[in-house]
Design a protein around this ligand. Structure first.
Ligand code: ASP
Length: 334
């Protein structure tokens, strides 16, 4: 029988109703008691790392989760992390960078309703996750939610209330889970050949600037001064306004030449960026050396940059790592 470690971190799944609203209170052991039938296919042990609403999750928590997996890696066949849904896509992407090429499955899950309610998605999500983590064909970091398995770097929370909260962006679902059956759409574990690697550094000095029409370029100056990396979430396939005194262009040029990393991504969820198309994108990309996220999700771009800047600030190396595929995060090659 497979041995699985259930790591609890909080979220709605573990929440109870208090006077000030929902708050994570249930322990990892208590969560497990709501899915007694999983004993038929796995032996589960539990670990309570923290009990947080995922609004409060930060890079130090991603490092703690990755360290817990690393410490227990030899003892268990798979790992399930219970987590709040609000920042789950960031955590799934962060873990994809911190734990690379894992032949054992690492599943992150949660729910839209607390597990102790009569009508809830929590029990299904938790037992699906334990089932997927017990499957020989599963590997790497994936998010399991509402019967779907999504690569850790491709998930996005697209619905605040419905059970089908998460979508896989610019990439197919890995599998679906229907009762006790796992239907694989991507069954490629045999192609895994790189060695398992754990990373232990993240640089959280990464900021995100979402553009709106007419925004003052001084905001970019402010951000680049305060962060090692700035991601600009622009419009369409990606460009920067060149009205008035071209403040954005001079800010990008100045900060990149001073060693900051500037990445362009798009506010449009699907299909990604391509700055080569329009003059407003092409010039800055080729003249100033901006990076672009192409088909990566925002969550992947943010956490990937934090992972990269935790290792190096050398411009060519940053570029090389940013465009290197990790856990299916980017298909488009620059
Ligand atoms: N606010 C909760 C959290 O992210 C929402 C959830 O878990 O669904 O922890």
């Amino acid at each position: 029988m497979k041995r699985i470690l259930l790591i609890a971190t909080g979220g709605t799944i573990a929440s109870k109703r208090g006077q000030k609203g929902l708050k994570p209170l249930l322990s990892s052991e208590e969560l497990l008691t709501y899915v007694p039938s999983v004993k038929e296919f796995c032996h589960t042990e539990t670990l309570q790392l923290f009990n947080l609403d995922s609004t409060n999750i930060q890079p130090m928590h991603w490092l703690a989760i990755a360290q817990a997996v690393e410490k227990n890696y030899e003892t268990y066949d798979g790992f399930v992390i219970c987590h709040g849904t609000d920042t789950m896509a960031y955590s799934a992407a962060a873990l994809s960078y911190l734990i690379q090429n894992s032949p054992k499955p690492i599943v992150i899950t949660g729910s839209q309703k607390p597990i102790d309610l009569e009508i809830t998605d929590a029990r299904t999500n938790l037992s699906d996750s334990l089932r997927f983590a017990s499957c020989d064909r599963a590997y790497g970091v994936n998010l399991v939610f509402d019967g779907k398995v999504i690569a850790g770097t491709r998930a996005k929370k697209e619905r605040t209330k419905s059970y089908n909260a998460f979508s896989s962006i610019n990439f197919p679902y890995i599998a679906s889970i229907q009762e006790e059956h796992i239907l694989f759409y991507l069954d490629d574990k045999k192609l895994l050949c790189e060695p398992l690697t754990f990373y232990h550094e993240f640089n959280s000095s990464v900021g995100l600037l979402k553009l709106i029409p007419s925004m003052d370029a001084a905001v970019l100056d402010y951000m680049a001064e305060h962060y090692d990396g700035v991601i600009i979430e622009s419009f369409g396939v990606g460009g920067l306004p060149n009205y008035e005194t071209c403040g954005y262009y001079s800010a990008v040029k100045k900060w990149i030449s001073q060693g900051k990393t500037v990445v362009m991504t798009t506010q449009v969820t699907n299909e990604g960026s391509n700055m080569s198309v329009y003059e407003v994108g092409r010039t800055i990309k080729y003249e100033f050396g901006l990076l672009e996220s192409y088909d990566m999700t925002l969550e992947a771009a943010v956490t990937k940059l934090m992972w990269i800047l935790g290792q190096t600030k050398e411009r060519e190396r940053v570029k090389q790592l940013f465009y290197q595929t990790v856990n299916r995060d980017i298909l488009w090659k620059a």
